[in-house]
Design a protein around this ligand. Structure first.
Ligand code: FAD
Ligand code: EPU
Length: 337
């Protein structure tokens, strides 16, 4: 594995931010990861693990080593009459994994179609979309611990999954490198069609008796209409999380804003941040090279040569106005580096 110096990270992050890494290496095997991460000299630190770069905002040049995880491989490790356990290398493309499972008729990941990034990153924020979260099919993952320099397996309970959350984003941020992830899929799939306009899209597709391949297609169609393609305009998906608040706070907000968009979230209420940002007048707005997307205001975009600080400035202005109008604080979903 080659350790290169002074590399532009522009091709390696979907925001398209042009910063440099002092050192850069691409790990194609587990041995590459362990060899580099296990023996990195002090003057090559800090170490940043990079997947597909689709949930990152670089705010400055990176002073240490960026290791891009590109280790592939999809394997069935076990199966019985109803279930199949599929293990993916951390650098496997997420949507290639979803397609592989759908093509084989194994249900569970189809609602998570067309999310950019690596399979190995999917547990970091417990990716979610269209009524399903990665944790619903997660079985276990294997890591390399940068502290003990040994391997450790995490069960579902140990990962502390929540809405766009896991221990790898909190307590163990930066400590464990995920090497592979195992999912538990169903040979007799159960369809999840209740979120948003999935059913409507299936009707438009004239899929009267839909299967998981139809659900995948419906979701790909909805997403390509709503979300900007990073190959066309730089972005990292939702910049903020949807705020989750207590029912009493929601009742108070509803008095002042009867049209407020919300969804139940366990015992709490999840607010649509996109709606609040739009109400504050930000939809489609542009400040210099940084902008708010015109059909999904939760997504911030790079109109050209935006810098990380420019995107940050825009995000702070949005956060301030949402707090002022609604008294709700928006939390950033994207990882700031
Ligand atoms: P990166 O951006 O490379 O990394 C993200 C974080 O994970 C970083 O902190 C990094 O250090 C860490 N990391 C990466 N790999 C590893 C590893 N092997 N071990 C340990 N830590 C690691 N997300 C959703 O949840 N739902 C969506 O619907 C969704 N839609 C999106 C749509 C668009 C157009 C875009 C651009 C993004 C979207 N996202 C969505 C966000 C993003 O795709 C996911 O968060 C994805 O899982 C990020 O994967 P990545 O490999 O690109 O991660
Ligand atoms: N809305 C508006 N104006 C708009 C767009 C949306 O008011 O211009 C309102 C609508 O009422 C809509 C609601 O916002 O019902 C929710 O919008 P949408 O269904 O597009 O989803 P979202 O809450 O904005 C979340 C995820 C996405 C995920 C979609 C689909 C978060 C932070 N974002 O977005 O995930 O793809 O649901 O499940 O939870 C990501 O995490 O990067 C991401 C893209």
């Amino acid at each position: 594995m080659q350790l290169r110096e002074e590399i532009s990270l522009k091709p390696f992050n979907t925001f398209g931010i042009d910063v440099r890494a002092r050192f850069f290496a691409e790990a194609l095997t587990e041995e590459d990861i362990i060899k580099l991460a296990g023996n990195l000299r002090e003057d090559y630190l800090p170490l940043l693990i990079l997947g597909g770069g689709s949930n990152i905002l670089f705010t400055k040049d990176f002073p240490g080593t960026v290791m891009k995880i590109s280790m592939k491989g999809i394997h069935v490790i076990k199966e019985d009459e109803d279930t199949v356990w599929v293990k993916a290398g951390a650098g496997e493309n997420w949507d290639d994994l979803v397609k592989f499972c759908v093509d084989n008729g194994w249900g569970g990941l189809e609602n998570l179609s067309a999310i950019p990034g690596n399979a190995g990153t999917s547990p970091v924020q417990n990716i979610g979309a269209y009524g399903v979260e990665m944790k619903d099919t997660f079985f276990e993952l294997e890591t390399f611990d940068l502290e003990s320099k040994g391997k450790k397996i995490f069960s579902k309970e140990e990962c502390g999954f929540g809405y766009r959350e896991s221990i790898f984003k909190l307590k163990y941020k930066g400590r464990f490198i995920i090497l592979n992830v195992t999912f538990r899929l169903l040979k007799k799939p159960v369809l999840h069609l209740d979120y948003g306009n999935i059913r409507e899209e299936l009707t438009l597709m004239t899929a009267d008796h839909p299967g998981i391949a139809d659900v995948r297609e419906a979701i790909c169609r909805i997403r390509s209409r709503k979300l900007p393609d990073p190959a066309v305009i730089g972005n990292a998906g939702s910049f903020f999380k949807n705020p989750v608040i207590l029912p009493q706070q929601f009742e108070n907000l509803k008095q002042s804003f009867p049209g407020i968009v919300s969804f139940p979230q366990d015992e709490k209420i999840k607010l649509a941040a996109a709606w609040m940002i739009e109400q504050c007048g930000w939809k489609g707005k542009r400040i210099g090279n940084a902008g708010v997307h015109s059909t999904q205001p939760l997504v911030l975009v790079n109109h050209g040569n935006a810098t990380g600080p420019e995107i940050m400035q825009l995000s702070s202005a949005i956060r301030d106005s949402v707090q002022e109008k609604f008294g709700v604080v928006l939390e950033t979903e994207v990882n700031l580096i």
